[in-house]
Design a protein around this ligand. Structure first.
Ligand code: NAG
Ligand code: NAG
Ligand code: NAG
Ligand code: NAG
Ligand code: NAG
Ligand code: NAG
Ligand code: NAG
Ligand code: NAG
Length: 423
């Protein structure tokens, strides 16, 4: 049977240290029974990038970009993990103006302290391979996976589409803080941030010492160029709009865009960009990624009468035809990764069959007693085994509903009316 699990943070206390551990009472509501557990949480302070304006790097609204850095220690002191924050995209002026007034488009509205858990945790028993690295969360405020470079100005409205510059400004800020002398590095990210990891992987290496070990990881960033249930290319049109509005094309891999001259914007999709990535890459994704299910495969525009609503909220309520559609989606995803799975010698893969989206950032899916497993391996173990070359890690789960270790993290009813711009 499936487990449905939601976590709610009740209270957070903090004092005035740059970095601190706060006691948070996490109320875990798990069916059929409830557990209360007190958990120690690491909260990390925001750093604004002061030299960003000199590089033309601004959030959508013109505010300064930012990151959160927690220093490594001991054997990890010279290793660096950079993680792109995620949060959808905006594809037209109207939605970008909306975003500019929110935490997704402005550091003014962001929380100034971020919880570092899962792959960002500093506790060896919660994050065995990366706990003592320098860990950085790059805040997302551009709306195009850190890859745009344009400005919109019409006399009354001004929007900065400067994701690519934000990426460069943050890297330049971190280089003198030790990143420039890194021995090991991992570029990571989840959702729109997982996509950023594909887009910036090659570029990242160029900033680091040539003898450093550099690898990249994408969590829930393998967005498929898939038609929706009405055979409409909803996702492809959306991506096309993001790429042209935000000036992304020139920052896509040149060899990829050269090979698809008619549709260069397709290189925004990992399935086309992947073969041009020369750095060891790890793809972590669910084959039934709920975000892709709800916004690419069955967007509300393709299901105006809500025939899929029950199935979206609970996979056990899907009818056989709907299940079949979901199984086809899984097959298409596995096919899109086929060459990588078969031929990439330094690549890694963990494709499980859970209804989830982002599994590396939260402790309960990354590494805990009951976290999701494939072939009895947790995500933290699979990623660590791959990064440190302990063993070949290419895990593909059996199809739904065989996996009993899933944490199905399904958005609420309200999410049913949202679209690709939502987060
Ligand atoms: C947060 O970090 C900034 C530097 O990025 C520092 O100036 C500030 O004092 C810190 N705030 C607290 C409350 O520690
Ligand atoms: C690390 O996590 C373990 C397991 O949750 C916990 O028992 C321990 O207290 C944590 N250590 C620190 C320093 O927070
Ligand atoms: C600028 O664009 C915004 C958003 O599309 C629009 O509301 C506004 O009227 C435009 N201003 C001018 C001067 O065209
Ligand atoms: C890379 O080379 C530098 C300079 O020779 C050296 O200090 C550093 O230890 C080397 N790093 C690794 C990971 O070998
Ligand atoms: C990274 O990419 C940007 C945009 O293409 C480019 O301007 C920059 O020089 C690249 N960085 C390196 C170190 O190659
Ligand atoms: C396909 O999707 C796009 C974007 O959602 C929409 O504008 C268009 O009307 C749809 N076309 C059909 C035939 O449904
Ligand atoms: C494109 O491919 C050539 C030849 O393999 C390589 O030298 C070059 O670095 C690649 N360019 C990019 C942007 O990856
Ligand atoms: C799965 O791994 C755990 C350790 O993580 C081990 O205790 C358990 O015996 C393993 N189960 C099987 C069936 O191999």
């Amino acid at each position: 049977m499936l487990k449905l699990k939601r976590e709610r943070t009740a209270t957070t206390t903090m004092n005035a240290n740059a970095v601190l551990v706060a006691i948070t009472l996490a109320l875990l509501t798990c069916l059929p029974r409830c557990i209360y557990s007190a958990e120690r949480r690491l909260l990390v302070n925001m750093t604004l990038v002061r030299n960003a304006p000199a590089l033309g790097a601004f959030c959508l609204d013109g505010s300064l970009p930012a990151y959160h850095l927690h220093r490594g220690f001991g054997a990890g002191a010279r290793n660096w993990l950079l993680q792109f924050e995620g949060g959808g995209w905006c594809n037209d002026i109207e939605s970008c103006l909306e975003r500019a007034k929110s935490r997704r488009g402005s550091t003014r509205y962001m929380t100034k302290w971020e919880v570092f858990s899962g792959i960002l945790s500093n506790n060896a028993s919660l994050n065995p391979d990366f706990y003592n690295w320098n860990r950085v969360k790059l805040r997302y405020c551009d709306g195009a996976s850190f890859a745009g470079d344009a400005v919109f100005k019409n006399g009354t409205s001004l929007l900065y589409f400067r994701g690519q510059k934000i990426w460069e400004a943050i890297i330049l800020d971190l280089l003198p803080k030790g990143l420039g002398q890194a021995r090991k590095a991992l570029l990571s990210g989840c959702s729109a941030g997982g996509l950023a990891s594909f887009l910036h992987c090659n570029n990242f290496t160029k900033y680091l010492p040539s003898n450093a070990s550099v690898k990249c990881l994408s969590d829930a960033g393998f967005f498929l160029d898939e038609r929706d249930i009405t055979s409409n290319h909803t996702m492809r049109y959306f991506v096309k709009d993001v790429v042209s509005l935000q000036g992304v094309k020139k920052n896509l891999d040149e060899n990829c865009t050269a090979s698809s001259l008619d549709f260069p914007e397709l290189c925004f999709f990992p399935q086309y960009a992947l073969k041009f990535i020369t750095i060891p890459f790890f793809i972590l994704n669910s084959a039934y990624d709920v975000y892709q299910f709800h916004h690419i495969l069955v967007p509300s525009s393709a299901d105006p009468h809500g025939h899929w609503n029950r199935c979206k909220l609970n996979p056990a309520a899907c009818n056989p035809e709907q299940l079949n559609t979901l199984q086809e989606f899984r097959r298409d995803m596995i096919v899109a990764m086929g060459l990588f799975y078969k031929y990439s010698r330094r690549g890694g893969l963990f494709i499980n069959s859970c209804f989830a989206h982002c599994q590396s950032e939260s402790q309960d899916t990354w590494f805990s007693a009951d976290s999701p497993r494939v072939h009895n391996k947790t995500i933290a173990e699979a990623v660590g085994d791959w990064y440190f070359s302990r063993r070949i890690t290419k895990e593909i789960d059996c199809p739904y509903p065989c996996d009993t270790t899933c944490h199905n993290l399904i958005p609420s009813t309200q999410a049913l009316v949202q679209d690709l711009r939502s987060y």
